[in-house]
Design a protein around this ligand. Structure first.
Ligand code: HEC
Ligand code: HEC
Ligand code: HEC
Ligand code: HEC
Ligand code: HEC
Ligand code: HEC
Length: 685
């Protein structure tokens, strides 16, 4: 007997003991049972006193279907998980006001539909509940199982079949009475939960194209990024935690809204938090907040609660079953992007200025917005929304597509120079069962898991390839070089090679945003007729860092600094104890103050003519401007054909940063993109 059983259940056990005993005369088990067996009449009296009216001859029926009351079990957390799974996998079809049973809320799931007089959930009895019957399947390929080979629901989509633990939870939830999640009375305010926000997967059921594009974008990756995670943890450590949720507020606005703390590792974060800048972050903002440094008040609620804001003033609700929508006067403006794409540190240092740069750009003067360049068909090329290809913006299951108008389409790929550093089984998509089983050991996988894993790999690789091409297109649209040099020279000549870098974007500087890490630099190499390098600038040290003040080898005096390096990276610059300035990789003090705290600036910047803590020495190339550099080359005493190679390179993150934040093991994934290249032969005679 289990000590946790309630009084009622003990009585039922007793009933069962009676029925058992009536079948067999040998009484085993606890001595008290034997004692009870001696007094069946008394027991029946006790039972009928406790449950008047229920005492028929068939006591076993009650045992099979116990009634569990809400007041004795005020909350069942399983409902949250069940609701989350149903919403992501079923709600596209099982939505309100359609022929299908509406699963969108607890009440509608438990209720009846006009078309069916049987409920889909029979509390306490999973086997008899259509909700369980329709999704149950032989998920572990057990040869003795009665369960069907594949579930009846969800139809078609193999990757959405319920996993072992999702089936367990659903079964347990129904078995325990299919209760709602209600907090006890004394909790009068419920904190916001993961399930209070709509997952991108729910939107995907009617907006699959937007979902596909978004899922491979850096908005979806913002919180996944191992660089972001390591950088944030480094900042938290160095500031003794006083930086709070500053870093996560833009990278996972929903995570911050549901109270996840700043130092929480990604593996412990909720699934909605890992969606980063997800659909509702941009489409569920009721009021404009402009530059709030990412503190966005996203409205909670289910898909059909409240309003979804988009670019169109005449949204269609074809069968009355989809969400309300309205046009938003902020969403299509640059200032909307600016609420996250201008980052000011807690001490007032301007860390990122994409929006501020745009405000003074030629693009802004012409009325070209961020959306024009970043949401059009070609990344980085301005195309006004009305000049874009037309099509449907939604595909609603069960609704004739011709009921929806054709509209100008916008892209949600938001291509930028960043890309995923995660394995191709983790991003853009990861399947639910992969959180339950070590998928790297294929020996342990069921045939269904093997099949869906292969399909996932193929789809993820296609998605990553698309993202890569879009990224290269964007970067190629950013700048170009022109090179000037003599075609003929004599041995021992002092020759001049001149390289001009011209920005071809009117939108903002190049690079913009995360400029303290972005590297845009010119690589110049001259090679003599025998293949020996005579001149090099913009080449790497053995850590693949540029030979500047951040290179380990240069710092240690093992390698000469690259005197002629033309690099458009901005650098964090801090005050030293002597009052001079020094360029650093991470601008938070480590040793000087006994406790590292981020606190409001306590002395006026005017006295120093600069912020007292640190600043960014800006090095980026302004829009449509040209910046040049001359490289003096002393030719050796060697005649012949010399080969000149000039490149404009781009790299999103430098290896020295990875070393500083403890992710050196990812350095091999850093990629250099050649944006423009020039080659020529110089005849030396
Ligand atoms: C692509 C659309 C679609 C999706 C996705 C879908 N269903 Fe269905 N479902 C239907 C249709 C259509 C019916 C009614 C016809 C039928 O029973 O085959 C139905 C019927 C049902 C019924 C029987 C309803 C009743 O009133 O008796 C249950 C239970 C059910 N689905 C559960 C689910 C669950 C659980 C999921 C998600 C895991 C799901 N469905 C996903 C289309 C869908
Ligand atoms: C059941 C299907 C369905 C689901 C689920 C759904 N949508 Fe929609 N959505 C539609 C339809 C239909 C339209 C209107 C299409 C039209 O007017 O051309 C629409 C329109 C929109 C618009 C344009 C509104 C405007 O006025 O400009 C946006 C933005 C949008 N949806 C975002 C979302 C987001 C975000 C989610 C998830 C939170 C979501 N949708 C979930 C069907 C759906
Ligand atoms: C970073 C902000 C942002 C995120 C995240 C985002 N959107 Fe949008 N979305 C926009 C903007 C801005 C527009 C208007 C584009 C324009 O003006 O060209 C738009 C337009 C739309 C439209 C109507 C135009 C079209 O081509 O479809 C739909 C529908 C839509 N979004 C759905 C979604 C869905 C679904 C998701 C999540 C998978 C999502 N959006 C994520 C900013 C966002
Ligand atoms: C809620 C904050 C938020 C809003 C609003 C937002 N972004 Fe972003 N955006 C981010 C974050 C955070 C990243 C960085 C993700 C990463 O690289 O890890 C990002 C990345 C990007 C990138 C890719 C940069 C790269 O390095 O690859 C582009 C392009 C971009 N955003 C454009 C836009 C545009 C255009 C808008 C307005 C329609 C917008 N964003 C609105 C937070 C936001
Ligand atoms: C005229 C077109 C144009 C406009 C307008 C424009 N961009 Fe860009 N954007 C580009 C191009 C081209 C690049 C690639 C070069 C680069 O990285 O600067 C880019 C890159 C970016 C990046 C990645 C920068 C990096 O190197 O990390 C972000 C973030 C971004 N844009 C955000 C914005 C925001 C926010 C706005 C509006 C305030 C905006 N852009 C307006 C064309 C444009
Ligand atoms: C106000 C919004 C905002 C805040 C606050 C913010 N970021 Fe970001 N972060 C962005 C945007 C926008 C980008 C994309 C910029 C670009 O591509 O140029 C970005 C890009 C990044 C990237 C590069 C992308 C990647 O995943 O590798 C890292 C790393 C990063 N941020 C770390 C941080 C850290 C650490 C903090 C806290 C000190 C922080 N961010 C605070 C908006 C924000």
């Amino acid at each position: 007997m289990d000590a946790r059983h309630s009084t009622r259940q003990i009585c039922l056990e007793v009933d069962a003991a009676i029925t058992d005993e009536s079948r067999s005369s040998s009484v085993k088990g606890a001595p008290w049972r034997r004692y009870l067996w001696g007094t069946p009449v008394l027991l029946l009296l006790v039972v009928s006193f406790l449950f008047p009216g229920e005492q028929t001859g068939e006591n076993t029926v009650i045992a099979a279907n116990p009634i569990v009351r809400q007041d004795t079990h005020p909350l069942n957390k399983d409902w949250l998980e069940v609701h989350w799974v149903i919403r992501k996998k079923c709600n596209g079809c099982h939505r309100p006001n359609t022929d299908q049973h509406d699963f969108s809320t607890y009440e509608s799931l438990m209720g009846l539909t006009p078309h069916s007089d049987t409920p889909v959930v029979i509390p306490g009895n999973p086997e008899a509940s259509p909700l369980w019957q329709y999704v149950n399947w032989n998920h572990n390929f057990d040869p003795n199982s009665d369960a069907p080979e594949s579930p009846y629901m969800p139809p078609d989509k193999k990757e959405d079949y319920l996993t072992a633990s999702q089936l367990d939870t659903l079964y347990r939830w129904i078995k325990n009475g299919a209760l709602d999640y209600v907090l006890p009375d004394h909790c009068n305010t419920r904190p916001l939960l993961e399930t209070d926000f709509v997952s991108a997967k729910e939107c995907a059921q009617c907006h699959p194209r937007q979902y596909d594009e978004w899922s491979r974008s850096m908005h979806a990756y913002a919180q996944h990024s191992p660089v972001f995670e390591a950088f944030t943890l480094t900042m938290i450590e160095r500031t003794g935690g006083t930086i709070g949720t500053f870093c996560t507020r833009c990278h996972t606005p929903i995570g911050v809204s549901i109270g996840e703390n700043a130092s929480m590792r990604n593996v412990h974060r909720s699934r909605i938090s890992m969606e980063g800048v997800t659909c509702v972050v941009c489409h569920r903002l009721e009021k404009p907040f402009y530059k709030a440094s990412g503190r966005l008040p996203v409205t909670p609620g289910l898909v059909n609660d409240g309003c979804t804001y988009g670019p169109f003033s005449d949204p269609v609700n074809p069968d009355g079953s989809v969400h309300d929508a309205a046009s938003s006067n902020q969403l299509t403006k640059s200032s909307f992007c600016g609420s996250c794409h201008d980052v000011t540190s807690p001490q007032g240092v301007r860390l990122e200025e994409a929006f501020s740069e745009w405000q003074n750009s030629p693009a802004a003067k012409e009325g070209t917005s961020c959306q024009d360049c970043h949401m059009g068909p070609i990344p980085g090329v301005p195309v006004k929304s009305w000049e874009r290809p037309f099509g449907k913006i939604a595909v609603v299951p069960g609704v004739d597509p011709s009921l929806l108008p054709d509209r100008p389409l916008s892209s949600h790929t938001f291509s930028g120079p960043d890309y995923s550093l995660l394995p191709d089984t983790e991003f853009p998509e990861k399947l639910d069962w992969m959180y339950e089983k070590d998928y790297r050991d294929t020996k342990n996988l069921t045939p269904h898991q093997k099949e869906t894993l292969t399909l996932l790999r193929i789809k993820n690789r296609q998605q990553l390839a698309k993202a890569r091409n879009e990224r290269y297109t964007l970067l190629k649209n950013a700048a170009k070089i022109s090179v000037d040099h003599p075609y003929r020279a004599s041995p021992r000549d002092k020759m001049k090679i001149h390289v001009d870098v011209t920005s071809t974007t009117a939108g903002h500087n190049f690079p913009t945003g995360f400029t303290a890490e972005r590297q845009v630099w010119v690589e110049v190499r001259l090679v003599d007729p025998y293949g020996k390098q005579v001149f090099a600038s913009g080449d790497f040290d053995d850590n693949r860092d540029l030979r500047d003040e951040h290179s380990h080898a240069v710092e240690a005096g093992l390698l000469a600094r690259d005197k002629h390096l033309l690099n458009f990276q901005s650098k964090f610059t801090v005050l030293t104890t002597q009052g001079t300035e020094r360029s650093v990789i991470i601008p938070v003090n480590r040793d000087i103050r006994p406790i590292n705290v981020i606190r409001p600036v306590d002395e006026p910047a005017q006295s120093f003519g600069r912020p007292s803590v640190f600043r960014i020495a800006k090095g980026s190339l302004p829009p449509l401007q040209t910046v040049g550099q001359s490289y003096p080359v002393k030719l050796p005493d060697q005649a012949g054909q010399y080969r000149l190679l000039v490149r404009l390179n781009y790299r999103n993150l430098p290896p020295a940063l990875f070393d500083k934040i403890g992710i050196s093991h990812l350095k091999h994934l850093i990629e250099t993109v050649v944006i423009d290249e020039y080659q020529c032969v110089i005849l030396v005679e």
